[in-house]
Ligand binder design. Structure first.
Ligand SMILES: [Zn+2]
Length: 265
């Protein structure tokens, strides 16, 4: 009997333990950080200076955070992978700015941290502030960089919807989602099925269109933790700029800032 009781309580402890771990992971969520551009000084409202970014990576390392690939988080959000470790963080950067190559990449290599780049192919090798295809390939070849979709030419879907006839708008949405996916998959020989909404703009119609185009998850820029309880096509991210240096950064990463509901544009 005594043996039975010991066994029973051991089992109970395991069950309760794993359940509370699961609950903790769910309640905790994961901060997904969204960067845009870097440089020695603040060039615009989207800049994080390179020394600030370096200090943030150092802070994550010193404070026991683990930077995990976005794919690991997405698999968990889809119920296809284990919960991320405690103190997990995801790093992303939108728009493939050339300073992602010159300033961000060397630091990611130094700290051995993975990143996902959300790219809109129409600007690659064409706009002078955007990386070339060769530079993106070089990023991918480090093994630290995952390239995913930011639509084809980064439209403002809200403005386009007002401007276009319903069928023209639907065609634009379809083309933006499928052309970007196909182009990046062809260039990089990998699956592209994660999306970042341009300007963080999305609605139910866009979410459905993204799912239909073959995306399994999409991200906006609302300041909350990514979590299985959020809709999979509208997962939040914390946008980081120089204004979010130190104090805000710590509050975002530790989930202390939690914006309610979708943003209005
Ligand atoms: Zn963008």
């Amino acid at each position: 009997m005594k043996r039975f009781l010991v066994g029973f309580f051991a089992l109970l402890a395991v069950v309760l333990g794993s359940q509370s771990l699961l609950l903790a992971a769910e309640a905790q969520g994961v901060p997904v950080l969204c960067y845009h551009r870097f440089g020695p000084k603040v060039a615009d409202s989207m800049t994080t200076t390179t020394p600030t970014f370096a200090a943030q990576l150092q802070w994550l390392q010193d404070n026991g955070y683990t930077v995990i690939p976005l794919r690991t988080l997405v698999n968990y959000l889809l119920g296809q992978g284990p919960p991320p470790p405690p103190k997990a963080v995801v790093i992303t950067a939108d728009d493939a700015h050339k300073t992602v190559y010159s300033d961000m990449l060397p630091l990611l290599k130094k700290y051995n941290m993975p990143v996902t780049l959300f790219v809109y192919p129409s600007a690659v090798s064409r706009a002078d502030y955007v990386m070339t295809w060769e530079q993106l390939k070089e990023c991918q070849d480090t093994g630290l960089v995952d390239i995913q979709s930011h639509t084809f030419w980064h439209p403002n879907f809200k403005k386009e919807k007002k401007k276009l006839k319903p069928e023209e708008y639907q065609k634009l949405v379809h083309d933006q989602l499928t052309k970007s996916k196909a182009s990046l998959e062809r260039r990089f020989g990998k699956t592209v099925d994660i999306l970042a909404w341009p300007f963080g703009i999305y609605d139910e119609e866009l979410e459905q269109a993204a799912a239909k185009a073959g995306y399994v998850a999409a991200f906006s820029i609302e300041r909350r933790l990514a979590n299985p309880s959020e809709r999979i096509m509208a997962q939040p991210r914390y946008m980081i700029t120089e204004a979010d240096k130190s104090k805000n950064f710590v509050a975002f990463v530790s989930g202390k800032v939690s914006e309610k509901g979708p943003r209005t544009y």
